[in-house]
Design a protein around this ligand. Sequence first.
Ligand SMILES: [Zn+2]
Length: 238
Amino acid sequence: MAREFITRRKPVVMGVPISRGGGSLLEFPPLFCSPEFRVTIRFAATSRLPTPWAVFDMHGFEDVDAEKEHVVLSLGDVGNGEPVLCRVHSECLTGDALFSLRCDCGAQLEAALQKIAAEGRGVLLYLRQEGRGIGLLNKIRAYKLQDEGADTVEANEQLGFGADMRDYGICKPMLQHLRIRSVKLMTNNPRKVLALQQQGIEVAERIPLQIGRNVHNNKYLTTKAGKLGHMLDHQLES
Ligand SMILES: [Zn+2]
C-alpha cells in the first residue's frame, strides 16, 4: 500500500530563545529542513517483533524522496484518540547496536521500550538519520575530531555540517498511518517537541528521558545541554 502525503516541511524553529536554569537565554540553531515540501511515504508491512520487554508490532515505511527506510514499533491500541506514549529515536548504530558509551542513545532506546512495555501502549519511531543526520562515516570522522579535543558541535562544524541535521518531517505521515494525533513525548530535546507541534501533532506531555550519563559521554551531554538546548541535569549519575 502506497501512501502519499503532501506535507509542508516548514523552516521551523529558527532561533527560538528559551530560558534555562540560570535565566540565561539560548538560541537554538535552525532545524535542518528539506527544500522539498513533498513527503512521499510508502507503507511496506507490519510484523510482530518480540523483545525482552514486550512483543511489539513493527511497521515498515519508506521515505521515497529521501530513499530512507524507517520503522515504527507500536504496542497496544494506539489509534483510539488518547495521547500515546512516544519516543522519536534517531538511528545511532554505535549506541543502539554496538554498546557505545560515547552517547546516551542506546540507554535511551532501551529505557523508552521498557516504559512503553510497562504502560502497555505506545510507539517508538526509529528514524534512519544516523549521527544527527550526517551519516555513519561522517560521525566517525566527527568522533576522531572529538578525540582530538573538539566538542560534538565543533566537530560537526569543522566537517562543514550543521550542529543538528535531523529532519522530523517523516514523523507526521507515520503517525497518521497509525491514527495517532496526540503524543506523550519522551525526550530531553525541546526542538523535537516544537518540530512535532509545527507538523500539527499535539504534544500532550513531555516526559524527560535522562539516562545513560557516564564518564565517557559526560562532556558530550553537557555540550548537548549547553549548545543544543537539551534539558539535562549537569550532574554525573552516581
Ligand atoms: Zn548515539
